[in-house]
Ligand binder design. Structure first.
Ligand code: HMG
Ligand code: MG
Length: 304
């Protein structure tokens, strides 16, 4: 299998990134998403309709979704754990939604307060509504390599739950290495099991970079033909229910890798980096992306 010629980037910075940041104003989120919309990204996760008691950082998702300037051809999606979340996302004008489950029981309980089986039952009425309203549904699976509560996840368990999400009606399953402990060999075994159960074109990867392995793991997935990659501008983020989990792989780093491999993304790296610098300035932190830092250094270099 050769690497794909074209890759779709799913930008999750405004959701996965900012769900971990306590003090970001609605205005800053809207500006961030508006800047990302101008980069060529076609899929932007703009918020989450989850319990505000659980994740207060996402409580303004409706205002965010209603204030952004939507660009034609860009899909603005939101996370929804249940029917209530779906109804709120619909009201806010989400083009697409994502349900999120886990392949480990411990994380399922901690993240969505129910077992894996209960979560799948809970998704059923949501899927019926989504179909009625013609809203495409993406499925996330967390802890596809290791779980912070249960330890290693068997690749067969990942494949089994991924298959269930597709059977429920998800058009794609995004495989989340939530705590970023995966290494290429383990990613290869896991993707290999999953692709026995669901078609390759319905597989996306969502790697957090906690242990610095995300790019290597993405390269591994690319060599297996995966062509949808989730990433977060400036490498923002983490998961409130996975202690110590740091941000997603940075969009800038994924773009640099893909472009270097001759893979088309349709996304302008410099514009993404600028959106990241602006958001990082608001947050008072530096981008986690090496590519972003290198671009900044290049800009600041005195001209000879
Ligand atoms: P629960 O407490 O079991 O929910 O939480 P409940 O159904 O018993 O309801 C309790 C209260 O919450 C009720 O209000 C509901 O109305 C309200 P009350 O009657 O007490 O006033 N409620 C809601 N409010 C707003 N929106 C909703 C909603 N649902 C219920 N959608 C629940 C269960 C799933 C709601 C909760 O556990 C939750 O919101 N969890 C989300 C946690 C989360 O957002 N985690 C981060 C995102 S996942 C992630 O980052 C991983 C990913 O990136 C992939 C990877 O990296 O692995 C996707
Ligand atoms: Mg995540």
């Amino acid at each position: 299998m050769s690497i794909p010629k074209q890759v779709t980037i799913v930008e999750v910075g405004a959701r996965d990134g900012l769900q971990n940041e306590p003090k970001v104003s609605t205005t800053s989120k809207v500006r961030f998403i508006d800047e990302l919309s101008l980069t060529g990204l076609k899929c932007i996760e703009a918020g989450a309709f989850v319990s505000p008691q659980w994740v207060p950082q996402m409580a303004d998702s409706k205002s965010v979704m209603q204030q952004i300037h939507r660009l034609p051809g860009v899909t603005y999606s939101a996370l929804t754990p249940n029917v209530k979340g779906f109804e709120l996302a619909l009201e806010a004008g989400a083009d697409q939604i994502a349900i999120f489950g886990s392949c480990s029981e411990g994380f399922s309980q901690h993240n969505i307060n129910c077992s894996i089986a209960e979560s799948l039952n809970r998704f059923e009425p949501l899927m019926v509504l989504a179909q009625k309203h013609h809203i495409p549904v993406r499925g996330y699976l967390s802890c596809v390599v290791d779980c912070p509560y249960d330890g290693p996840t068997a690749p067969q368990s990942v494949a089994m739950v991924a298959k269930k999400l597709i059977e429920l009606g998800c058009y794609e399953v995004s495989l989340g290495d939530t705590i970023g402990t995966g290494t290429p060999q383990r990613i290869a075994s896991m993707v290999d099991e999953v692709r026995k159960q669901i078609p390759l074109h319905q597989i996306a990867v969502h790697f957090h970079d906690t242990w610095g392995q995300a790019l290597a793991n993405i390269y591994q997935a690319l060599t297996m033909g995966v062509n949808v990659i989730d990433s977060s501008t400036a490498g923002l983020g983490g998961c409130p229910y996975a202690y110590g989990a740091s941000g997603n792989v940075a969009t800038e780093d994924v773009l640099y890798l893909c472009h270097g491999l001759g893979i088309e993304t349709g996304v302008n790296l410099e514009k993404v980096a600028e959106a990241g610098w602006n958001m990082c300035q608001q947050l008072g932190k530096s981008p986690m992306s090496k590519t972003s830092l290198a671009l900044k250094a290049q800009r600041l270099r005195p001209k000879s």
